[in-house]
Design a protein. Structure first.
Length: 546
């Protein structure tokens, strides 16, 4: 049998080395050459801490209190810093979750890859550039000479992630650690990244430790799976065995929480009143000036749709498709170039701020990242009542309503006196929803409101939104790139590409029998789409039984 690339035995990591503050509790894990091991669990399970321990990058406050870590048969957990620096990129390397923060924003990406070769090889400048360009081609980047000279902000999210992969693999390490590398990517870019990792693993025999909370990704890429919860290993099995026969309740709950790509049964259209309608909505950005030729970019073109009370309309598409532009136009966070936006029968597209203000309480938004949209310096109760106070509601009455709303979103009323950092990500998103509801809106715009959440928390927030919609009759405009989420919550779906609607209709028709090639490509690229996670088997077997 081959010597394992990575062998972890009895790993324990604790805050300040205290036994009562353990974050990883006796982890065993082995990865063979050419194998992909997925480490799965929710936030706080210890996945990323394990990866940092392997790389020798644990923060000073975290101490490894027991166990051993071996790389290619060599003990590395107590290796001196110079030895670890030499091993990084040459024997083991890591792809981080967010390339925009991992890459240097003021250095060209080609130079950043070149720095790895400069530090770990004796090659001259010309030979290093040749190797870098070859590596960039191997990760399927287009126009490699142009991208070599580009800064990170000049590249798309998928291209930045490919740069990170090229940087990690330039020295052909035997172990690649990928920490949530596809979480924030569009579905097609995610599929391309996973395909690339499989291809490179097969060509170079690289062992991959893939950290994720997405069971769809696990189904597509993993050979073996280790499931963690609060630092403990719940179970470890070959992938198909785990998906078919999970041993623990926790794993079963994780699998059942994965959004199914099968659209939910349609709700009857009772001809409810229209709460939001757009006609020929267009947004054009102009760049240029007196001495520079004006260049126009059409972000959204002649977008038209109708949203009725108590229904959910989803807008799906990749980054750059125009879906967020449409949402921001509707919220009047940006001004549309042309077209109409009717809220409760009033066209608000061109209203000046003073005339717009009375209408603003009718439409509210929930952003993707509640930690950035909530003020970290004030208690969450103060954030919730800010809108009502601006509309003349007395403070005492507004705070009483805030406590009611906290209960409505399944949080204790007393939590209004706490700060955002004292809540989990899912709880913060519930607070953001409560803040939006404080204005008693008719339309709720959710812009990627669950994309950054763990799958089980995501399921809880989706159930909450459905419950609130049933109780309050909200019309919800749901912006997402996750087709599984769209299938679970949307009555109707709009598919956008390059600022234009390419398909629009009932969710059951658009997602089950797509007509446009772009929609078909999105569905085909969705991770885990062949698995019926709730019933622990592939959809092909479910259909045969039916």
């Amino acid at each position: 049998m081959n010597k394992p690339v990575l062998d972890i035995r009895g790993l324990r990591i604790a805050l300040d080395g205290r036994a009562d503050q353990e974050l990883v509790k006796g982890l065993d894990l082995t990865i063979q050459p050419g194998e992909t091991m997925c480490l799965v669990g929710e936030s706080g399970s210890g996945k990323s801490i394990t990866a940092l321990a392997v790389m020798g990058l644990l923060p000073k406050a975290l101490k490894m209190t027991a166990g051993r870590i071996e790389l290619l048969g060599e003990t590395i957990h107590n290796a001196p810093a110079p030895k670890l620096r030499k091993l990084r990129t040459t024997a083991m390397s890591m792809i981080f979750q967010e390339p925009m923060t991992a890459l240097n924003p003021v250095a060209k990406v080609g130079r950043q890859i070149d720095e790895v070769l400069e530090a770990h090889s004796n090659l001259g400048a010309k030979e290093r550039k040749r190797r870098v360009l070859e590596m960039m081609e191997s990760v399927h980047l287009p126009e490699v000479e142009r991208i070599y000279r580009s800064y990170p902000h000049q590249l798309s999210g998928g291209q930045r992630q490919r740069i990170m992969i090229a940087m990690a693999l330039i020295m052909q390490p035997q172990l690649l650690i990928a920490d949530e590398p596809t979480t924030a990517l569009d579905v097609t870019t995610q599929a391309q990244t996973l395909s690339l990792l499989r291809e490179l693993r097969e060509k170079q025999g690289t062992a991959v430790l893939f950290i994720t909370h997405d069971m769809g990704v696990v189904a597509d890429i993993a050979d073996d799976v280790t499931v963690m919860k609060l630092g403990e290993v719940m179970e470890a099995q070959p992938t198909e065995q785990l998906l078919r026969h999970p041993r623990t309740d926790y794993t079963r709950e994780l699998l059942k929480a994965v959004p199914s790509h099968v659209p939910r049964p349609p709700r009857a259209d009772d001809n409810a009143p229209v709460v939001l309608q757009t006609q020929a909505l267009t947004k054009v950005y102009s760049q240029g000036g007196w001495l520079v030729k004006t260049r126009e970019t059409v972000a959204a073109k002649e977008v038209a749709f109708t949203l009725r009370k108590g229904r959910t309309l989803g807008i799906v598409g990749e980054s750059g498709s125009g879906k967020t532009t449409v949402a921001r136009c509707i919220m009047r966070l940006i001004d549309p170039t042309s077209g109409t936006i009717e809220i409760d029968g009033t066209d608000i597209a061109t209203l000046p701020p003073r005339e717009l203000k009375p209408h603003r309480r009718k439409f509210q938004i929930v952003f993707q990242d509640p930690m950035r949209s909530l003020n970290p310096r004030i208690e969450v109760g103060q954030s919730i009542i800010e809108g009502p106070l601006n509309f003349g509601v007395p403070r005492k009455q507004a705070m009483a309503r805030a406590r009611e709303l906290m209960t409505l979103v399944d949080l204790p009323a007393s939590a209004v006196d706490r700060f955002p950092h004292q809540f989990s990500g899912g709880q913060r998103q519930r607070i953001a929803i409560a803040r939006a509801l404080a204005m008693d809106p008719e339309v709720l715009v959710a812009d990627e409101a669950v994309s950054a959440l763990d799958v089980s928390v995501q399921a809880q927030v989706l159930r909450l939104m459905a419950d609130l919609q049933a109780k309050l009759g909200l019309g919800i405009l749901f912006i997402t790139h996750d087709l599984g989420v769209a299938a679970q919550i949307c009555d109707d779906v709009i598919v956008m590409q390059h600022g234009v609607i390419v398909e629009y209709g009932p969710a059951g028709e658009v997602l089950a029998t797509p007509q446009h090639p772009y929609t078909k490509a999105l569905i085909e690229a969705a991770p885990g789409r062949h698995w019926d996670f709730a019933n622990f088997r592939p959809f092909s077997e479910s259909r045969q039984d039916a």
